[in-house]
Write a protein that binds this ligand. Structure first.
Ligand code: LIP
Length: 277
């Protein structure tokens, strides 16, 4: 799906939405980093014993939702930690208050505040991404994009790396919270490794997508992602020149997400299907 070119007034609205997302992400980022200093523990387990949530995830989502609602009360909300609100404006905020929660829990400085805003239902199969922010609150790196406006890192334009042969591709990926799915992914990874330059598993989907956008990775793929994991990052990767897709002609969904250079994506998808990724 090629990003739409908004009209001037739509672009300014999109810029306003982006500025709001940046301000809120920065405030949530400061809160999360500060909260980490006073120690963090597991508050609950979700889809599996290793799919954990902390009270800081929940508090970050509550903060983000309150700020967005105060600024734009008619917009909808769709957050990882259960925040839901129907839209009366046609726009919905899709939020991961801490993407990379396991990294956050272990104190690995590679997690993010991910805030995207979409037109339409908060469903990746039909939504139109309007603006997105991915902030690593520890490093301060701020990835941003709005539809038709290109992608930026700390305000500077970013582009995907030039296409390379698969054997030289540095590929990012991730594994599911389900042990059964991880077993399958392990088998596929063993076959994929000798066919690419190397793999990286850094633990934060939104930052993995931004790594493709910034040319730090040649590709990223993952199964079992939720809409909040890619709502902002996929737009940033697309605006940087990547193709972000699901299997075949599907859009990204829980089954599969692949992001890569347009000249490399089809061959990589064939390889991933072949190894059963
Ligand atoms: C995480 C993703 C990561 C994936 C994990 C999990 P969370 O999101 O960012 O790419 O491998 O299984 O889905 O749960 O930290 O928001």
């Amino acid at each position: 799906m090629t990003p739409s070119v908004p009209t001037a007034s739509a672009a300014s609205t999109d810029d306003d939405l982006l500025r709001l997302a940046i301000d809120v992400a920065r405030e949530a980022g400061a809160f999360v980093v500060d909260a980490r200093r006073s120690g963090v523990e597991v508050a609950d387990r979700k889809s599996s014993p290793v799919d954990v949530v902390t009270q800081v995830d929940r508090d970050s989502e509550a903060l983000i939702r309150a700020r967005l609602r105060a600024a734009r009360p008619l917009d909808g909300f769709f957050g990882e930690e259960g925040g839901r609100g129907a839209s009366e404006s046609g726009l919905t905020w899709v939020v991961d208050p801490i993407d990379g929660t396991v990294n956050f829990l272990y104190g690995i400085p590679h997690y993010a505040i991910s805030i995207g805003v979409v037109a339409g239902e908060p469903d990746p199969q039909s939504w139109e991404a309007v603006a997105g922010v991915v902030l690593n609150p520890v490093t301060g790196e701020l990835f941003t994009a709005r539809r038709g406006g290109g992608a930026h890192l700390d305000g500077r334009p970013i582009r995907v790396a030039d296409a390379v042969p698969l054997a030289e591709a540095l590929v990012f990926t991730g594994f599911a919270y389900s042990a059964q799915t991880r077993a399958e992914q392990g088998v596929a990874i063993a076959q994929l490794l000798p066919r690419v330059r190397d793999l990286r598993r850094l633990g934060t989907a939104s930052l993995d997508l931004c790594s493709v956008a910034a040319g730090r990775a040649n590709a990223y793929f993952e199964r079992t992602l939720s809409p909040w994991d890619h709502a902002a990052g996929a737009l940033i990767a697309r605006e940087a020149g990547a193709v972000v897709k699901g299997f075949g002609d599907r859009r990204p969904d829980r089954e599969f997400l692949l992001a890569a250079h347009p000249e490399a994506v089809d061959e990589l998808e064939r390889l991933l299907v072949e190894v059963g990724a």
